[in-house]
Design a protein around this ligand. Structure first.
Ligand code: ADP
Ligand code: MG
Length: 249
């Protein structure tokens, strides 16, 4: 069953057709990659999905509910989360304290931490934060100062903070852009672990083919704002339409 169904999306910026009749169907619990050359419209599509851009026409359904016309925070409440967009970890706090912030925000609607004495009594929050750190394999680093984490571990912490919201669909825009190989591989492992432990559907925009082929079950190729091919990774390799789309790069 498709958890996300995008139909006939068009978006123009002045004279430029950034998205032209985009259809996309993402199966529940799958990892779906959206690839394509620079300027293909990948980020524009993602911005439509999270409510940052309103398309000129088309429809977006998430789990049977219409997404278009909703504000970004409302779309987030439906269960769609964009990750790694703006790193929002607090370098001065420990890993554990960082994860407690969204736990408090979720329970109380606002963050309040009235001294460590009070926090120690918050058994449910402590347990929740611990379980999530376990899911991202960071329990052993819970007392570390967040600023001293490696880039890959900062991503793990950001993911932990995002998971507190219990998203059903994670949208990732080039999650490994600018990373060294070790941090890229760390992030691939992280996404695999999360996908396996939490059954979360993922839609990943990615340039790095190593990342795409390590993670994706389905791949949609976007070129000049229009989906060219939707296929499994095996069938994408060497696909003539895909090679054609990338020739101009
Ligand atoms: P991708 O993420 O695939 O590289 P984008 O979605 O960022 O591509 O951009 C698609 C096209 O739309 C590009 O030609 C880009 O220059 C243009 N574009 C994107 N955002 C805007 C905007 N806010 N205003 C005008 N043009 C835009
Ligand atoms: Mg982009």
């Amino acid at each position: 069953m498709a958890i996300l169904q995008v139909k006939g999306i068009n978006k123009r910026f002045g004279g430029l057709q950034a998205l032209g009749d985009v259809n996309l169907s993402v199966e529940e619990n799958s990892v779906h990659a959206i690839i394509g050359p620079n300027g293909a419209g990948k980020s524009t599509l993602l911005n439509v999905l999270v409510g940052k851009l309103i398309p000129d026409s088309g429809s977006v359904m998430f789990d049977g509910q219409s997404v278009l016309g909703r504000k970004p925070h409302e779309i987030n409440q439906l269960g769609i989360s964009r990750v790694f967009q703006t790193p929002e970890i607090f370098g001065d706090l420990t890993v554990f304290e960082n994860v407690m912030i969204p736990c408090f925000a979720k329970r109380d609607g606002a963050f309040k931490m009235n001294g460590i004495g009070d926090v120690k009594k918050e058994k449910d929050i402590l347990e929740q934060a611990e379980a999530i750190l376990d899911d991202v394999s960071m329990l052993d680093k819970r007392h570390m100062h967040s600023a001293s984490l490696s880039r890959g571990d900062k991503r793990r912490l950001e993911m932990a903070m995002c998971l507190v919201q219990e998203p059903r669909l994670l949208l990732l825009d080039e999650p490994t852009a600018g990373m060294a190989r070790a941090d890229t591989n760390n992030t691939i492992d992280l996404l695999k672990e999360i996908h396996e432990k939490r059954d979360i559907t993922m839609a990943i925009i990615e340039h790095d083919m190593h990342v795409v082929f390590s993670l994706a079950e389905r791949i949609t190729v976007l070129a000049q704002g229009t989906p060219l091919v939707e296929e499994t990774p095996e069938n994408i390799k060497g696909h003539p339409k895909v090679r054609e789309a990338y020739l101009g790069e």
